[in-house]
Write a protein that binds this ligand. Structure first.
Ligand SMILES: Cc1cc2nc3c(=O)[nH]c(=O)nc-3n(C[C@H](O)[C@H](O)[C@H](O)COP(=O)(O)OP(=O)(O)OC[C@H]3O[C@@H](n4cnc5c(N)ncnc54)[C@H](O)[C@@H]3O)c2cc1C
Length: 402
């Protein structure tokens, strides 16, 4: 193993691995530290419990990195339309990709498929070394470099360390970077189900008083569900036997896709909103969930992280071309300025939605239902929302541009 790198990425999740692949186009020597060996083989008849709704911008990033075809070859599920409605009223909004001349709004892709395609690519890159399994123990940053001690006693030096180690980022904690945010007092239950009616390549979401319930279409005719609800209710749902859970799910979804007739394993994830005080320090940058976590109601979390990775790689590539120090604060500031504001806007909008639809106050209930119906009727406004949700608006990194 080398012990000196230009960039050391801690965490080879979807975001860290994307950054590593993006840096292939630079002359930088990159190390990627990952605690858990990646999943390589699985029973393809069963969909991964964890899936991500991938925007057009993220698909573009994967295409640019040469990994999208590998994902398609494994399995991806397109969705053309999105249907959202409020359980406590008559508010409905329907998005159709055809209205903006696109053939789909996005894809639902299993996390393990994304992960494998990226890691397969990453491990072929000459300038990238994958250090796995290995866990960070401590970190010391001085004027010239970051020195990282691993739990197995090894020591690594890098000009820049990137924390891509998820919501509980150890890099962030060791760097003493604070966070702001709150728990949503909700858990999201995920499972793969089959319904008696076809999903019509549509992503469905019903806003219930305790939280949104989404059915994301899979290409075997089934759906991946994300059901956000109070922790007590989530625990009850997890404890139910399969038949009872399927009846409860059918009822909560107002039988929009008929009866839920099959259901796989269930798991729950606590939900919180979290945003770091700063994305950067001398010789350090944070990307993905290490910098921000948001409510999954619009499926934006990993998409924001992929844009962080693409933006940071572009900033570092430009700095290399100009022979600048890639770990210097003035270089990294360009990355923070680029991504922090955009992420904050998406986080605020998602948080606003969560609060608006979680409220049982009568005036708010009326406003949101009228708002949904007006937005549904005003085509230009609806089309702008669609373009934003697809990641096709804003100041996109080169890698994410069509
Ligand atoms: C229920 C649910 C549904 C979601 N649906 C969507 C969706 O549809 N679309 C979407 O865009 N987003 C979605 N998200 C959000 C998305 O899952 C996250 O944003 C994404 O997984 C973050 O990826 P990451 O690579 O930043 O972090 P992680 O996936 O957490 O990866 C971090 C990596 O770092 C490694 N690591 C951690 N600590 C160390 C250490 N000390 N040393 C070495 N390695 C370490 C871990 O092993 C891991 O591999 C959803 C989230 C939830 C909870």
């Amino acid at each position: 193993m080398n012990d000196q790198f230009d960039v050391l990425i801690v965490g080879a999740g979807m975001v860290g691995a994307t950054l590593a692949c993006s840096l292939a186009r630079t002359a930088l020597r990159v190390g990627v530290l990952e605690a858990h060996p990646p999943q390589t083989g699985w029973d393809n008849h069963i969909f991964d419990l964890r899936v991500s709704a991938i925007t057009a911008a993220s698909q573009q990033i994967f295409t640019g990195l040469g990994v999208w075809q590998a994902m398609v070859a494994q399995r991806v599920s397109p969705f053309r339309e999105m249907h959202v409605w409020d359980a406590a009223g008559d508010g409905i909004i329907h998005f159709d990709s055809a209205e903006i001349g696109e053939d789909r709004l996005g894809y639902v892709v299993e996390n393990r498929v994304i992960q494998k395609a990226l890691l397969d690519r990453m491990t072929t890159l000459e300038n990238v070394e994958f250090i796995c399994p290995a866990r960070l123990a401590s970190m010391d940053i001085n004027a010239e470099s970051a020195i990282l001690q691993l739990e197995d006693g090894r020591s690594i030096t890098a000009r820049l360390v990137v924390g891509a180690d998820g919501g509980n980022s150890q890099v962030r904690q060791l760097a003493g970077i604070g966070t702001r945010g709150w728990s949503y007092e909700q858990k999201a239950i995920v499972a793969t189900v089959k319904t008696s009616l076809p999903h019509c390549e549509t992503a469905w979401q019903r806003f219930l008083s305790q939280g949104p319930l989404a059915f994301l279409p899979l290409n075997n005719g089934g759906c991946s569900i994300v059901w956000s609800t109070s922790p007590a209710h989530a625990d009850e749902l997890l404890d139910m036997d399969e038949q009872e859970f399927m009846s409860e799910l059918t009822r909560a979804f107002d039988a929009k896709l008929g009866q839920v007739v099959e259901c796989g394993q269930r798991a729950a994830f606590p939900l919180r909103l979290q945003h770091v005080d700063t994305y950067i320090k001398d010789r350090l940058a944070l990307i993905g969930d290490a910098a921000h976590t948001i409510h999954p109601l619009a499926g934006q979390g990993v998409n924001l992280g992929l844009l962080d990775a693409a933006a940071l790689s572009e900033v570092l590539g430009n700095a290399c071309d100009k022979h600048l120090d890639i770990g210097a604060l003035h270089v990294l500031r360009r990355y923070e300025r680029w991504r922090k504001g955009d992420n904050l806007v998406v986080m605020a909008v998602m948080d606003g939605f969560k609060r608006l639809f979680g409220s049982s106050l009568e005036p708010l209930r009326k406003i949101r239902n009228v708002g949904l119906n007006i937005t549904d009727a005003v085509t230009p406004l609806k089309n702008q929302i669609m373009l934003h949700a697809m990641g096709l608006k804003g100041d996109l990194p080169r890698l994410a541009r069509p």
